[in-house]
Design a protein around this ligand. Structure first.
Ligand SMILES: [Zn+2]
Length: 248
């Protein structure tokens, strides 16, 4: 793929991948990704306790599937630990998203312990983890300190059109809830299959077919994109605008 500032790059990120989930649609997505040779980012919850996920059927071969997908070049990212929200951020979280959080407000030891326990599960299953994104995009500064203590320096969240570094973390921005492709920059989807029916899947299939030439791998983005001075300014403008829009 030719890297051009005028050509967008799209990462496909699926959230809430857990033993209990909407496997009917996930299996269809797997076929779709194989068909178009797409290597998505999967946000895996290592110790899922979220009751809304537990109402879905359990996949007994879950960890074998995850390992196979990692072997195929899919990015396996850690998406929280238990996916249970314990605190309300009152919009004081790092990205001013607001709402409930698994991590925000907990002390450094508590956050480190959660991340360590999650990483232990991945390690027992022989899955390598280098990236993280928190449930509901909610972090505080201790979350990033805890991640760094555990050796994780990549977070797939944040504002901007290209990856950037802050607080010793490389942020790979994620902007929109809907399937939108801006005509420039690196973008990342946010997909919750547990809320999907056949119609949502069909829309997604059309979106993939239409934009398949822009879809890149996580490794491709890490290798080829870093934020220069002007990108940092644009990232800041996007952050300010989105925070204002979300408050309206
Ligand atoms: Zn989630």
């Amino acid at each position: 793929m030719i890297i051009s500032p005028l050509k967008p790059a799209l990462l496909v990120r699926l959230d809430d991948i857990a033993e209990n989930m909407n496997w009917k649609i996930m299996n269809k997505c797997e076929d779709l990704f194989l068909k178009y040779n797409i290597k998505p980012i999967l946000g895996v919850v290592p110790n899922n306790q979220d009751p809304s996920f537990l109402s879905f059927p359990k996949e007994e071969n879950f960890w074998k599937k995850i390992k196979d997908w990692q072997n195929q070049g899919w990015e396996i990212s850690m998406h929280g630990y238990s996916h249970i929200y314990e605190n309300d951020t009152l919009k004081k979280d790092y990205f001013s998203i607001g709402g409930k959080s698994e991590f925000f407000g907990k002390n450094l030891n508590e956050q480190t312990s959660k991340i360590k326990k999650g990483l232990k599960i991945f390690s027992e299953k022989k899955i390598k983890i280098r990236s993280f994104f928190a449930p509901n995009h909610t972090y505080d500064k201790n979350t990033f300190l805890a991640l760094k203590k555990c050796g994780i320096t990549q977070v797939i969240d944040g504002y901007g059109i290209k990856p950037y570094s802050e607080l010793g973390i490389k942020f790979i921005p994620q902007l929109f809830y809907k399937l939108i492709l801006l005509p420039f920059g690196v973008q990342c989807t946010q997909i919750h299959l547990n809320n999907w029916d056949e119609k949502n899947f069909n829309d997604f299939e059309n979106f993939i077919r239409k934009n398949k030439n822009y879809i890149v791998t996580y490794d491709f983005v890490l290798r080829n994109y870093s934020a220069g001075f002007f990108v940092k300014i644009i990232n800041k403008i996007i952050k300010t605008l989105l925070i204002i829009i979300r408050k309206l």
